[in-house]
Each structure stands twice: as structure tokens, then as C-alpha cells.
Ligand binder design. Sequence first.
Ligand code: CA
Length: 247
Amino acid sequence: MNVARCIAVVMTLFVVACGNVEETPEAENLSGPLAEQVKELRACSTSLDCRSNCACTNGVCAPSFSPFPPAGYCDVPPVRACVTGADCTSGCVCSSNVCVNDGGFSPPANCLLAPPDSYENDDTHTSASSYLGYPQVGHTLHRAGDVDWVLGTTNLHQLLTVEAYNLRNSAELRLDVYAYDHPTRTLGARLASTTATVCSDITPSCMMYRLSVNVTPGVYAVKITDRRNVPAGSDWRPTAGYDLKMY
Ligand SMILES: [Ca+2]
């Protein structure tokens, strides 16, 4: 069935539902399996509007590849999976492994979204977390386009190396290292940058981002940018993440 016809039929159904059924004989023509089928189709703009194993095709969620899901699977809205409430954003609870609204006062939270990690809010260098000498584990990209800033200090002339590793759920990053004037919170020159993983094999030793730069004693600012090209605020999939170390 083409989309234009689907929309037209859905609109007709809506009008019928809001009007006087006795005066709209067309309703007879839309009862039965056809009406059920049309009613169930799920409109979409991108595949993030659809469950996994479904794609947004001609504005409707449809099975994307075999093995095809059961009939009707793609007509149900996607949900955010969870194990505990910590997997859900504020205003949502984990119920039967799905993030759902907690029933609190409006506006209702978007339970498709991931909660922020413990380093947030670190979207600017003036709100950056501090690197305390041991790996920062559990960074997440809780929103598409997330930016994380970390400040590190060295007392040495050294080759400073920064690694974003343990990449999870298709994290795609950009790493930058900047000079930093800590007393005035002023960003200095960008000293190094990369958008490439160490190597291309799909192994932990390759799938990491690494930068090295010669530095003098002082404070340095590291910027980690999410490069995934997905609409912000609609990502129900497992949250992309990484761990960070500096040495
Ligand atoms: Ca951030």
C-alpha cells in the first residue's frame, strides 16, 4: 500500500472516529482487516523513530532485513531498554526492562533518552571535570553531539598521551588537546587533534583514539566530541560510551 493512500485512509478513520458514525457510511468500507492494518502503521522521519530491525521507509516503519520480525513488530514505538533505574533519565523508572515515565508531574520526560553520566555537566571547558591521575571510566555520549571537557595537570616536561578507549555502542569521537590558562580559565592553542582510531581492526587495541603531544608543566584541556550523525534527543539505542586516560 502506498504511503499517500495510507495517510488518506488514516485521516478518514480519524474523521470517522470524531464524527457521527450513522452519517458516514464510508466507515463500513474501512472495517475489518484493512482498517486494522492501516491503523497499526507507524509513521517515522528517521529510523530512530522505529524499533531495532525496522527501518524508516517512505515515512513508515517497516522490517529492514531478514530474519524479518513478526507482523506488527515495526508498528510499535521504540523504547529504551534498562536493567535498573540508573539506565533511565530523570523522570523515568525501569519497569519490566523498559524505561517508562514515573507518573510524576508534567511535562513528562522523554524516556527514550539516556541519563547523563557522572561527569556531566562538562560540555564547556569552564565546567570540565578534573583528571585525578587514574582512568575516568564510564563516560557516555548521553545525547548526540555531546561534548566532554577534561582538565589534566602535569609537573613534568613530558610526552602527554590521551586515550579514549573501551569504546562502547559505536562511539565515534574527536579528540583535541589544548593549552590552558587555569587561573583565568582561558583556552589556549590547540596542540593536537584526531578523529581516527589507532588502527582499523575491530579489536580493543585498535578501536581507541590516542593523541600524544610534548608539554611543559601546566594544565591542559582535553575535548572529546561525539561525531555520530544522529538527531539529538531521539536516541533510544544502547548508549555510546568510552573510558579516558592520560599519562
Ligand atoms: Ca558532556
